[in-house]
Design a protein around this ligand. Structure first.
Ligand SMILES: Cc1ncc(COP(=O)(O)O)c(C=O)c1O
Length: 447
């Protein structure tokens, strides 16, 4: 790999060292309350402008594009949440079938908001035998059947892979079907930035997706908010200015230069032996998973940087396992009744692996039968997503919400997957699902 430049971080480092009177935002003027203020600048002369970049930001993004093998990689300092909105806006602008999109139902709520803002109608694919809200398997032959049965083709297929619980879809197979039917493939790869550095790559862009978002902050050592919008060389309508316009449609005009520097430095981190570091940590995770399995705690999913333990495999709830881990100074990524999620990275230390192992070694194996969790079922769409989100609403108890129309996707993050979607009529089963995931109040359309 040729030497990767770090132009954003270099620029800010020099600026901070030059003792300049900062008569510009931010108001801390580089004085340190936290320790990072000297590096927190705004779009001053020479620092480029994120959504019309042609200087150091564009250079840094081109470095990222080389690393990820894309036509271009755009930075977001507002997470994948922003990249998802821009991705959908680009499809809307560049497809003749402007209003319908096909999506696997385990979407993050950012997708719902994007559809409402852009007035997309969604045709949902429901999971077959889900064990969790986060599941929605979809294989190429199921997709082919679905597309063949549709009277009007959608402009794109939108899937989440990897899922919160580490399930990875057959993106290559799905992309071949999408190409056959002439629709775009968009992937929420928020959890999978690192997949580009596995050998062979399991990143959606390498496997045929037209666009995807990656939250760099989730699996690479990037500050929170740092994310990518990747555009594939296969997305022929690609235009750099047009893409920047679609990002700026939803973005703040004050991007964080701390996050931009972090994305910039991440390029250097990725170019300097990251694949090898990743392979080494994946080996350690694999060994740990085998040790946990021998103790009665099998791991689920296809991801090599996630340890996912489900209740149906070990008879313990994720919440019980999380509280045992906290007693051993381990804070999990996520826990609910049915699953525990631990996220490892190339920065995870040996002591962290040891704590995980010693916690599970202290938990006696259990073998009780476990009831299946309730599942997401199709609900009647009484209003469009857009109408529902922009209508007057009121917050009521979920137990009184049966028969009412859902206004907002009432979910917290993580995993931010709405059990019921805006505009849908709330059934007794949907109310049961909401209560199962601890959601006791819901915003419904005002009568
Ligand atoms: C599957 C999925 N997509 C999108 C997002 C949004 O990502 P970000 O927090 O980077 O905006 C998340 C965040 O948790 C997520 O889990």
């Amino acid at each position: 790999m040729s030497k990767i430049t770090t132009p954003i971080a270099d620029f800010v480092k020099h600026y901070a060292a030059d003792n300049i009177s900062r008569l510009h935002m931010p108001a801390h003027k580089g004085n340190s309350l936290l320790g990072c203020e000297a590096f927190d600048i705004t779009e001053i002369n020479g620092a480029d402008v994120l959504y019309s970049a042609n200087g150091i930001i564009d250079e840094s993004e081109r470095n990222a594009a080389k690393l990820f093998g894309t036509a271009h990689t755009f930075y977001s300092t507002e997470g994948s949440t922003l990249a998802i909105k821009a991705m959908l806006a680009l499809v809307k602008r560049n497809s003749k079938k402007k209003s319908k999109i096909l999506a696997a139902r385990n979407i993050h709520k950012a997708f719902i908001y994007a559809c409402a803002l852009l007035d997309f109608e969604v045709d949902w694919i429901y999971p077959d035998k889900p064990l969790h809200l986060c599941d929605c398997s979809l294989n190429p032959s199921e997709l082919k059947r679905k597309l063949s049965s549709m009277s009007e083709l959608p402009c794109a297929l939108y899937v989440t892979s990897p899922t919160y619980l580490g399930e990875i879809l057959d993106i290559k197979g799905l992309s071949e079907v999408c190409k056959e039917f002439g629709i775009y493939l968009l992937v929420d790869n928020a959890h999978g930035a690192y997949l580009a550095f596995e050998r062979p790559s399991r990143h959606p862009i390498a496997l045929g997706a037209d666009m995807c978002c990656d939250s760099a902050h989730k699996t690479l050592p990037t500050l929170t908010g740092g994310a990518y919008l990747h555009i594939s060389k296969s997305f022929t309508p690609f235009d750099k200015d047009d893409t920047r316009n679609m990002l700026s449609l939803f973005a703040s005009t004050s991007p964080s230069y701390l996050t931009l520097q972090s994305l910039d430095l991440t390029n250097a981190y990725l170019a300097n032996g990251f694949s090898e570091k990743l392979a080494a940590v994946e080996k350690k995770v694999d060994a740990l998973k085998n040790e946990l399995a021998a103790l009665g705690f099998d791991s689920a999913g296809d991801e090599s940087l996630k340890i996912v333990i489900t209740r149906d495999s070990c008879s313990y709830s994720g919440i019980e396992l999380a509280s045992r881990l906290r007693e051993h100074s381990v804070e999990p990524e996520y826990a609910d009744l049915d699953a525990l999620v631990l996220m490892i990275s190339t920065e995870t230390a040996d002591v962290d692996f040891e704590r995980i192992k010693s916690t599970f070694a202290s938990i006696p194996a259990r073998n009780a039968s476990v009831a299946c969790p309730p599942r997401i079922l199709p609900c009647k769409q009484a209003l469009s997503l857009r109408e529902a989100i922009f209508s007057q609403s009121e917050r009521i108890n979920v137990k009184k919400a049966v028969g009412r129309i859902c206004a907002a996707p009432s979910v917290s993050c993580p995993p931010a997957i709405p059990p019921i979607v805006s505009g849908e009529l709330i059934t007794a089963e949907a109310a049961e699902l909401l209560l199962y995931y601890g959601i006791e109040e819901i915003d419904v359309i005002k009568l």
